[in-house]
Design a protein around this ligand. Structure first.
Ligand SMILES: [Zn+2]
Length: 674
């Protein structure tokens, strides 16, 4: 920019100084680009789609999960030995749960058919398998609210071919194994037996994993112990003490180089932030991961305290492009600020509060995506914030609500990230900044959802109770319908008993079968006294507003700051008066044009008469929208026959669309010469 020839003027100088000040303030901070955002989304989505085929198979062979509703999990103890050579695992999972029905006898678990069950124990006496279901029989039926424990010993090679959710890969030189997991949405069952649904969180999980002694295992929660078994293996015992759902249970194992920072959330209280990075990438990652504490501090402030303060936040490198928000230990393939901030935000939105089902994944992804923008607003400023939102402004082919959850590609379509991010952005502008941030805090702390699950209806109820107004008109179309408003706007300057007014005509022109999007719309009005912003509530497909102003409007802009995910088809001035102009050319021989102005929607009738007052031709007889219109006459009668030379009259009548009352009529004369 500095090398370009720039005309010197005070305005340009002022702008230049502003740019310099901004760039001084943020010169230390990377400004991610649109391409980086798109690449990050692609990688986040493809990290999950990699297991698409496998997920589809698992889903297809899952015959019924209805029985799973009959119990409630309280604890999983997962003990796993990993055989690097065989690329296999063997383990024992002990599940403690509570019956939710009387005479409860069959415990239905999810476990991929590639895993072999060796035995069942605890309160179990036997089992049957059907596809990816494992049905365990209790020794005797139990009554509602009774706790029971079952133990499943199993082994196998987690599904391979690059499609697994439990990966054996390698990195570095010399090549070192890296074992990783990514179980969202249906993949936990691929490597451990569980009730694999997001809505039943265990109150806690113990992960006891045995690996070659030269490797380090990172997992959820707190590391209770590391034991050297004296046989070339080590056993890591991790304990997640906060409620956790199955898809967030994670393992990441390799020869990690680790380092820590401390997040001081109070003068005397801090939490460890741990990084598990490949040794060969350690310096590079460290140079990029410089903002984690800033992000934590900001989210801790606006989303409520970091949800897992008594444990840790961690980032563990894994060999996928994107990231996965494993509770307290995010897996990341890269360390850019966008990905890092997105995954950290998931600790609140996704981990502390988890979508109750995969239809409503937007409650995780939309929040994490908007959290990126919020963090950039805080650290890079307003202008960049709106630019960033602009990068998420595109056409989305689906509703935010996922109707087909058998498709992993559909669950993780970019719609649930960026359109849902825009949903929150719009919500913020509707309710105002302070209410919006109150809503986020109230939602984060709501005992119905915190450390549990939420639905769209639940989030809506929080919004409505904090704002004290109904929001169904906003949630319904934006969450459940496809598309967005496409605005065609016309305006004129008017006058009501001496007060200047803006006549505003707003149409939503998206294809008719698509929803109407009621929205408050900011209209910036230019006047001789300066710009003023008025907000109109547009809630019908075609709507007229008359807005009193201090001075006459000379120009308008619709939603200039960018608070609505919209398309603006056109914004154009319209006539202020009904008129009928003299035809041109006149006299004429073959064709003449008749121009007239319609300042508000009217039924227009334009008729040609001869000297005797007989109707010769009807040129227009229909409702017309506000505009300057031109109609041509080719000197032919109703039957298409040329009329004789001479004098003719043309008369226009414009009537109210509602009551047919006459707004305007006028007659003019024309001459045909042949
Ligand atoms: Zn995400």
């Amino acid at each position: 920019m500095a090398s370009e020839a720039t005309p010197f003027s005070p305005w340009v100088t002022g702008l230049w100084i502003t740019i310099l000040l901004v760039s001084v303030a943020f010169s230390q901070e990377h400004l991610p680009t649109r391409d980086e955002l798109l690449e990050m989304r692609r990688s986040e989505i493809s990290a999950r789609r990699a297991s698409l085929e496998h997920h589809r198979l698992m889903k297809a062979t899952k015959t019924s999960a209805a029985q799973q509703n009959n119990y409630d999990v309280s604890h999983y103890r997962i003990e796993i030995d990993i055989d690097m050579t065989e690329k296999s695992i063997s383990g024992t999972v002990t599940m403690t749960a509570r019956a939710r029905t009387d005479t409860f006898a069959t415990v239905e678990l999810d476990l991929d058919s590639s895993m072999t069950v060796d035995s069942v124990g605890g309160d179990a006496i036997g089992y049957t398998r059907s596809g990816n279901l494992l049905q365990v029989e209790l020794a005797q039926p139990i009554q509602k609210d009774t706790l029971f424990t079952i133990q499943v010993a199993y082994h196998g090679q987690p599904v391979r071919g690059g499609l697994g959710t439990f990966g054996f890969d390698s990195h570095g030189d010399p090549s070192t194994p890296i074992i990783w997991t990514l179980s969202q949405p249906y993949g936990a069952r691929a490597w451990w037996p569980c009730k694999d649904t997001p809505s039943d969180k265990a109150d806690s999980v113990d992960m006891i994993v045995t690996v070659p002694a030269d490797l380090t295992a990172a997992s959820n929660g707190t590391l209770l112990s590391t034991i050297d078994n004296g046989d070339g293996t080590r056993t890591f015992h991790w304990h997640e003490g906060y409620p956790i759902t199955t898809y967030l249970v994670s393992l990441a194992i390799t020869n990690y180089a680790t380092y820590s920072e401390w997040f001081w959330y109070a003068p005397d209280d801090s939490m460890e932030v741990c990084y598990y990075i490949y040794p060969e990438d350690s310096a590079r990652a460290r140079s990029k991961l410089t903002e984690t504490l800033d992000m934590l501090a900001y989210f801790h402030d606006v989303f409520g305290p970091y949800p897992f303060l008594s444990e840790k936040y961690g980032i563990a490198q894994f060999p996928r492009g994107g990231g996965m928000e494993h509770q307290t230990i995010t897996s990341q393939g890269r360390f850019g600020v966008m990905l890092t901030v997105h995954e950290l935000a998931h600790q609140w939105w996704g981990d502390k509060i988890t979508n109750a089902n995969w239809h409503e994944i937007w409650l995780n992804e939309g929040f994490a995506s908007y959290a990126e923008a919020l963090y950039f607003e805080q650290t890079r400023g307003q202008e960049y914030f709106h630019t960033y939102m602009g990068w998420m402004d595109r056409d989305y082919p689906y509703p935010i609500y996922v109707d087909d959850i058998t498709s992993v590609a559909r669950i993780f379509h970019i719609t649930v990230y960026d359109k849902a991010g825009w949903f929150l952005h719009m919500l913020r502008h509707i309710v105002g900044d302070s209410t919006f941030f109150d809503i986020l805090l109230a939602y984060s702390n709501d005992h119905r959802f915190a450390y549990g699950n939420a639905t769209t209806a639940g989030f809506q109820s929080v919004c409505e109770s904090v704002w004290r107004q109904d929001l169904d008109w906003f949630f319904q179309p934006w969450i459940y319908e496809v598309g967005r408003p496409e605005y065609q706007v016309k305006w004129s300057a008017g006058d009501t008993t001496g007060t200047p007014v803006l006549n505003l005509f707003i149409e939503q022109t998206q294809v008719p079968e698509r929803a109407l999007f009621p929205m408050p719309i900011d209209i910036t009005v230019e006047t001789a006294l300066g710009d003023t912003v008025v907000t109109v509530f547009n809630n019908s497909a075609s709507q007229i507003f008359r807005i009193p102003l201090a001075a006459a409007p000379v120009g308008i802009a619709l939603d200039r700051e960018g608070w609505i995910l919209k398309k603006v088809v056109s914004v154009s001035p319209i006539p202020t008066e009904f008129t009928l102009d003299q035809n041109f050319p006149n006299p004429f021989n073959t064709v003449s044009n008749i121009r007239y102005s319609v300042p508000r929607p009217s039924h227009v009738r334009l008729v040609i008469y001869d000297l005797l007052g007989r109707e010769v031709a009807t040129l227009v007889d229909k409702p017309l929208e506000p505009a300057w219109h031109t109609t041509s006459w080719h000197g032919r009668d109703q039957d298409g026959m040329p009329v004789a030379s001479g004098i003719y009259f043309y008369r226009i009548e414009m009537r109210n669309l509602n009551d047919g009352g006459l707004n305007f009529s006028h007659t003019r004369k024309m001459l045909i010469l042949k």
